[in-house]
Design a protein around this ligand. Structure first.
Ligand code: SF4
Length: 201
């Protein structure tokens, strides 16, 4: 796929863009520009692998629901993340036509990606990039969500078999809402940080 053209498409949809060959470079970039802010994290294996919590915590006030042990603490921290100055998350899929797709179980990740911040950063490995919106939805449902269910050790058919979504009725189901960003939301800055490495799920 033509990365230059994809970045241009994203710019035309109102997003700021940054491109890096390596996750380490992207991490240094984010660590430099996000300073002395309140920062919220959306659940993201990509950000976890980049150690962004450790990096940003040294000079920002950071809230990360993934680092909570008790359910109440998770909810309280996730709520704080909805009104921080900066919000960081990744995506389940990005289409070459510029749509972002994310599936969520609790809703905190997708809620934070839509509203309530000065700026949202979507940090995205190249493995999330697919040609069309249709394929992005397919990837979110059949690749990202099952992998996430496996990572979390959930009792879902996708986690047991690891091959696709079974549109389950499991109490552990993590696919309750799907958000498609067609274009940058109004009255908020959004930046897509694309990295030429396999990152996240
Ligand atoms: S709906 Fe159920 S089976 Fe499908 S990906 Fe989500 S948790 Fe897995």
């Amino acid at each position: 796929m033509d990365l230059e053209k994809i970045l241009e498409t994203l710019k035309n949809k109102g997003y700021a863009t940054a491109y890096f060959e390596k996750a380490e470079e992207a991490g240094e970039y984010l660590d430099k520009i996000i300073d002395n802010k309140t920062v919220g994290f959306g659940d993201s294996a990509t950000l976890l692998s980049m150690n962004m919590l450790q990096k940003l915590s040294t000079h920002n006030e950071v809230f990360d629901p993934q680092n909570c042990s008790e359910e109440m603490e998770f909810i309280a921290t996730a709520k704080k993340c909805l009104s921080t100055q900066i919000y960081l998350t990744s995506v389940n899929a990005l289409s070459a036509t510029g749509e972002i797709v994310n599936i969520d179980g609790t809703g905190n990740r997708v809620a934070g990606s839509l509203f309530g911040h000065e700026k949202v950063y979507f940090v995205i490995g190249i493995n999330k990039l697919v040609p069309t919106l249709e394929k992005a939805i397919w990837r979110a449902r059949n690749i990202a969500a099952p992998k996430n269910a496996m990572r979390l050790g959930l009792q879902t058919p996708c986690a047991k078999r690891g091959d696709r979504c079974y549109d389950c009725t499991s109490p552990d189901r993590i696919c309750n809402g799907m958000v498609i960003h067609l274009k940058k939301m109004n009255d908020i800055e959004m930046e897509i940080v694309l990295i030429n490495e396999q990152l996240g799920l």
